[in-house]
Design a protein around this ligand. Structure first.
Ligand code: ADP
Ligand code: MG
Length: 349
């Protein structure tokens, strides 16, 4: 394995790491990544190349605006993720926040701080990843900022989305008696992270690593849920089900009871946990980064919502119920009820 300035195995990039940023300069770099950033030009008046980008927002819709940053050694380990997937993930986590409001992602800007030891081909691959997911979700990359970084790579995306004002779903709308649901399985991303951090070898690791490195934001499910106007609250699972349900509960002034046996997990994830004697429930509830949607819906709307999601090829899993009393509780298969902390990922703990 040939280690290069990026500290990244050039084997994973086809061995083409040759050019330094000092060879082309900041503006040479911007020219280089510019191509392929415009996915949909109907809304765009000016993309990359001026002091600001200029775009039109759709009449009758309101604007959603979010930003999320990935910092080396905090959010990713450069030696563990390919630059292509790093680019995809940096955009995906932002798209997921727009999905979590029931919106449609539209225009993005990219800020990147690059250590001068990193080769241009590495950064090209980061942008190839960003452009590929931007294309899948019809998002334009309209600008950004480029700086040097003393040591670590930092990628920040800001993303504009749009929605009908009366369709937007907030964290604050959950009411006692509402059913808590997920739009996908949870835990696999935490297993992928565990493979990396504990340096484990697992024959079927591919899909688990991908769940962590290349999550697929649930925009389609978010649009269906918002369009039906039947759900009461929505969030994306970035910090873990317990933490994110905790966010809904706090903003809504309620509590929740989750059913242990209803938490959806893939068979592969269960096999992984069995193999390494890990508690699947802990990974699924307290680690996060699954980027599925977690919502609440009044009981009378559950069947309609579940059917609409399933007929569109999305998933719906009822996992519990909102309670008037605050706090999170977990009901076990044996009928036990225990309090769980709404804990998950917290950068400063
Ligand atoms: P200014 O000095 O006015 O902030 P810059 O020289 O930083 O402008 O950027 C020039 C153009 O290149 C702008 O359109 C900006 O949005 C775009 N740009 C700069 N860096 C990036 C990047 N990393 N990704 C995409 N676009 C970028
Ligand atoms: Mg300027």
């Amino acid at each position: 394995m040939h280690e290069v300035g990026s500290g990244f195995s050039s084997d994973l990039l086809g061995g083409r790491l040759t050019m330094r940023l000092k060879d082309i300069g900041e503006f040479g770099f911007i020219d280089r990544i510019r191509n392929g950033c415009l996915i949909r030009n109907t809304s765009v008046i000016k993309g990359i190349g001026d002091d600001c980008c200029v775009f039109k927002t759709s009449p009758g819709l309101v604007t959603l605006f979010t930003t999320d940053m990935l910092v080396e050694k905090i959010h990713f380990i450069r030696q563990a993720i390919t630059p292509y997937k790093l680019g995809r993930k940096s955009v995906a986590v932002n798209i997921s926040d727009i999905a979590a409001m029931g919106g449609t992602p539209r225009e993005a800007v990219v800020s990147i701080a690059i250590p001068d030891t990193l080769e241009v081909e590495y950064v090209d691959a980061v942008y190839d990843g960003m452009k590929s997911i931007a294309k899948e979700f019809d998002v334009n990359l309209l600008g950004g900022d480029t700086t040097a970084s003393p040591e670590h790579l930092v990628v920040n995306i800001a993303l504009v989305g749009e929605a009908l004002e009366d369709e937007i779903l907030y964290r604050s709308g959950a009411g006692a008696g509402d059913v808590v649901f997920l739009t996908g399985t949870v835990g696999s991303s935490a297993a992928g992270l565990d493979i990396i951090l504990a340096k484990r070898a697992f024959i079927e690791e591919g899909p688990l690593l991908d769940a962590h490195h290349d999550p697929r934001p649930h925009v389609k499910a978010g649009r269906i849920i918002a369009g039906l106007k039947m759900a009461s609250a929505l969030i994306d699972v970035s910090d873990g089900v317990a933490a994110d349900l905790g966010h809904i509960c706090r903003e809504s002034g309620v509590g929740a009871i989750i059913e242990e046996t209803s938490i959806p997990m893939t068979n592969l994830f269960r096999r992984y946990c069995d193999h390494f004697e890990l508690d699947p429930l802990h990974l699924a509830l307290h680690v996060g980064e699954d980027y599925v949607l977690l919502g609440t819906v009044p009981g009378e709307n559950v069947d309609t919502l579940a059917a609409a999601l399933k007929s569109a090829g999305c998933e719906f899993f009822a996992i519990g119920i909102i309670a008037a009393a605050t706090g999170l509780r977990l009901s076990g298969a044996d009928g036990s009820l225990r309090t769980i902390r709404p804990g998950g990922w917290d950068h400063f703990r």
